[in-house]
Write a protein that binds this ligand. Structure first.
Ligand SMILES: C[S@@+](CC[C@H](N)C(=O)[O-])C[C@H]1O[C@@H](n2cnc3c(N)ncnc32)[C@H](O)[C@@H]1O
Ligand code: SF4
Length: 446
């Protein structure tokens, strides 16, 4: 469906209904303009020395899930057997090995590692340790500031959690999403709430540095009553951080296809999803958390960081390995082959599976960092002056003036701060296209 229908940069979030389309902004310029003509630039950059002072991270994509959630837009496979998973993980390890020999990567320390998905916790302990042994052999991460690992609660056992701890994971992120079983089942989640409570004592016992819980505001079937209950139960689980996403329906989800096929789904509108998000943040603040971004709250008395997020939003180098993964190196963005066959085929021939790329201009780099960091709720113009030599308040004057007039943010030149209001923070992704260059305003996002 998404191949034939142009997808605007941002679905109409101000429109009352949740319509089909992408809202969440994860990069800039839009992915749809990346292409194969910039791929030689990637290979050239890999052969050169790295930028001085640039930090490096490693992302490992594990694209397997027990079931496809009806709202999910990630590239995941639910039909791969153990042999196919073995083949994929061998290719993934080989990809890391190939990167480790490139002059731009060789011997650089890793600042962070991120196991994302899909569901990294889906793979067996045997598979996980075999993968980690090979990766650590060429890119050790014992000195990394953060090793993050995404989990679907129902895939965890005590033994698997112990293995996850042993490989050095510091940030365990649990896709809880909701604690109402009817809602979890309706939305096609593979887990029910009892699985969260089953694993909770083991997680506490293992004392990970940081445990995060993901929630979604606006799952199908949600009501005020069920959401209040989920928020309360989440606080009782006592995580170190909580992330709340507002449900969006990009073109490739099961629900989006139902809607485009003519079904009418009882999906909450954006106003209600923001009210639920706001309610959750207020309750979390009362319970001792502080807001650290548009989506995340952190325990006040246990200051912690999210190194991966902050590094990516500050333009750090990051090698994204695995099918369809995104990377950023020496100022160039690139993405891996998005199909199973192409990804594996490249690696079988000992080739890096780079498929499309983009070398952004200096202005595009500035815009990217600025819009991503606005999601933190506060930025300092002086940071951009120092890094890019740009006065963002002049360069983006029109957009800032409009957003200030719309009560989305405050500008305080004296204290060197641009601060989003609560109103602005709750809909930040829908505001960011205001900073896009005119040629990208109506470009399809992905
Ligand atoms: C890769 S998943 C996390 C790990 C694991 N796969 C799981 O779901 O438990 C990343 C997160 O994206 C969020 N997410 C997925 N689809 C979404 C959507 N359509 N709208 C908002 N958030 C979504 C969910 O909160 C999910 O936990
Ligand atoms: S939300 Fe997580 S578990 Fe569900 S399909 Fe997406 S990646 Fe898999």
């Amino acid at each position: 469906m998404s191949e034939t229908r142009p997808e605007p940069a941002t679905a109409g979030i101000e429109s009352k209904q949740t319509t089909v389309g992408s809202v969440f902004v994860s990069n800039y310029p839009p992915y749809s303009i990346w292409n194969d003509s910039a791929v030689p630039d990637v290979h050239h950059a890999l052969g050169e020395k790295p930028r001085p002072d640039a930090t490096l991270g490693l992302y490992l994509h594990i694209p397997f899930c027990r079931k496809r959630c009806k709202f999910c837009y990630f590239r995941v496979y639910t039909d791969k057997n153990s042999t196919e998973i073995d083949t994929y993980l061998n290719a993934l390890a080989k990809e890391v090995e190939l990167y480790s020999r490139q002059p731009a990567i060789a011997n650089r320390p890793l600042r962070f590692v991120y196991f994302g998905g899909g569901t990294p916790s889906y793979i067996s302990v045997k598979h996980l340790t075999a993968l980690v042994d090979r990766v650590k052999n060429v890119m050790p991460w014992d000195a990394a500031e953060e090793v993050a690992f995404e989990c679907e609660p129902g895939t965890l056992t005590q033994k698997k959690l112990e293995a996850i701890k042993t490989i050095g994971v510091t940030r365990l992120s649990l896709g809880v999403e909701n604690l109402n079983d009817e809602i979890l089942a309706e939305n096609g989640r593979a887990h029910l709430s009892k699985e969260v409570y089953r694993i909770h004592p083991w997680i506490q016992e293992l004392a990970f540095d940081q445990v995060n819980i993901d929630l979604i505001s606006g799952m199908i079937g949600e009501t005020w009553e069920s959401w209040r209950e989920t928020v309360k139960k989440t606080i009782d689980l006592d995580p170190d951080s909580i992330t709340v996403y507002q449900l969006e329906l990009p073109f490739n989800t099961v629900y989006s296809k139902d809607i485009l096929g003519g079904d009418s789904l009882p999906v909450a509108d954006w106003k209600l999803k923001r009210e639920w998000h706001q309610y959750a943040f207020e309750q979390f603040e009362k319970a001792g958390y502080v807001i650290s971004s548009a989506y995340t709250v952190l325990k006040k008395d246990k200051p912690s960081q999210f190194v991966y997020r902050d590094a990516v939003w500050q333009g750090s180098d990051m090698i994204g390995t695995g099918v369809a993964s995104f990377s950023h190196l020496s100022g160039i963005h690139f993405q891996n082959a998005p199909s199973w066959g192409d990804y594996l085929g490249n690696l079988e021939e000992d080739k890096l599976p780079v498929y499309r790329a983009l070398k952004p201009t200096e202005t595009e780099k500035l815009t990217r960092e600025m819009i991503l960091q606005l999601k933190l709720g506060k930025i300092r113009p002086s940071y951009f002056k120092e890094k890019f030599g740009a006065d963002i308040l002049t360069q983006y004057a029109e957009a800032y003036e409009k957003l200030q007039n719309d009560r989305m943010l405050h500008i305080n030149a004296e204290t060197d701060e641009i601060v989003l209001t609560q109103r602005g923070l709750l809909r930040v992704d829908s505001l960011l296209p205001a900073f896009y260059a005119p040629e990208y305003q109506n470009t399809r996002y992905t």
